[in-house]
Design a protein around this ligand. Structure first.
Ligand code: UDP
Ligand code: MG
Length: 318
């Protein structure tokens, strides 16, 4: 019988975990006879009773496993940890807040076993219940990514997906520190089937993503999967050189024809400030790439596990 590992990243989710448990047990029941479920909670340095909840569930139900971090490392690190600890024949990633409906899992499993796909992923076709400003910027981000990057990054794509063992093993080979999973999933390739569903609102607790966090995450995405901003910086440089050259010709000719009265310092300062701004902007772009390279070369671990009840992987980790 196949084993499906379900990775569930949790950060301060004490209310959501018991609700999630009830639902996932129903799903396991549905899959009974076809596949067995193993749930791998990843406690991403929660400050509330999330870990206690996980331990309580693990005690009463041996299918529940947990990996607990030494601090908050972020959802990307939690997903990576989950992937490296999971040992199922198929691996799913699911949010704990039921925004990734567990009821889709049997259908996903049917597709991945019966049809020639290596991955079944989900995307939201609506963003109901989300602040409009957030949806607006999210849409802009995906439109921009589409143009900037060769990797396929799908609008509305969730991290919720079911993958084959082979797909997971390839993902694990991408051990980069600055992780942007939506891009990594696309980068490894294989055949992916997309299921669409309407947005579901959070079961309990509140979102862990502030607008600011999302903005920084989107910059990670762009810098991680495209070098087009560097080309834009170079293009701006060439463009302004040309403008400056034309302006120079104009000024020289004008001075020869009409003499050179001293005037126009406001326009001059405007130009200097404008160009100064462009230069700082371009240095900023350069800095982003340099910073990512810097962090990458340190080769720091992506996460630190403080405790877990997963036996096999624990030895590997030593
Ligand atoms: N999460 C995490 N670490 C973090 C932030 C979030 O593990 O630093 C988890 C969180 O517990 C949830 C999932 O990632 O299971 C998605 O987070 P959330 O529901 O807050 O995001 P949203 O659905 O609003 O985009
Ligand atoms: Mg959510």
């Amino acid at each position: 019988m196949d084993k499906i590992s379900v990775i569930v990243p949790c950060y301060n989710e004490q209310e959501a975990i018991p609700i999630f448990y009830k639902e996932i047990v129903k799903t396991a029941e549905e899959l009974r006879g076809k596949a067995e479920l193993q749930v791998l909670f990843v406690n991403d340095g929660s400050k509330d009773a999330s870990l206690a909840e996980m331990k309580r569930l693990a005690e009463q139900d041996p299918r529940m496993k947990y990996v607990s971090f030494s601090r908050n490392f972020g959802k990307e690190a939690a997903m990576y940890a989950g992937l490296s600890y999971a040992d199922g024949d198929y691996v799913a990633i699911m949010d704990v807040d039921l925004q990734d409906p567990p009821s889709l899992l049997p259908e996903m499993y049917r597709i991945i076993t019966e049809e020639p796909y290596d991955c079944v992923a989900t995307r939201r076709v609506t963003r109901k219940g989300e602040p409009p400003i957030r949806s607006f910027f999210a849409r802009r981000f995906y439109a921009m990514m589409h143009r900037l990057s060769k990797t396929d990054i799908v609008d509305g794509a969730r991290d919720y997906r079911l993958m084959t063992r082979q797909f997971v093993n390839e993902l694990l080979r991408l051990g980069e520190y600055n992780r942007f999973s939506k891009g990594l999933f696309g980068w490894v390739g294989f055949e992916t089937k997309w299921l669409e569903y309407e947005n579901v609102e959070r079961s309990a607790g509140e979102t862990k993503w502030s607008f600011w966090k999302l903005l920084i995450y989107s910059i990670d995405g762009i810098v991680g999967f495209s070098t087009v901003p560097l080309a834009i910086a170079a293009f701006l440089g060439v463009f302004f050189c040309m403008v400056a050259f034309l302006a120079l010709c104009f000024i020289v000719v004008r001075a020869l024809l009409f003499g050179d009265p001293v005037s126009g310092w406001p326009s001059l300062t405007s130009i200097i400030i404008f160009l100064g701004g462009i230069q700082l902007f371009c240095i900023g772009i350069l800095g982003e790439y340099l910073a990512k390279t810097y962090l990458e070369t340190k080769r720091r671990p992506i996460f630190i596990c403080k405790e877990t009840n997963v036996e096999k992987a624990e030895e590997e980790n030593e």
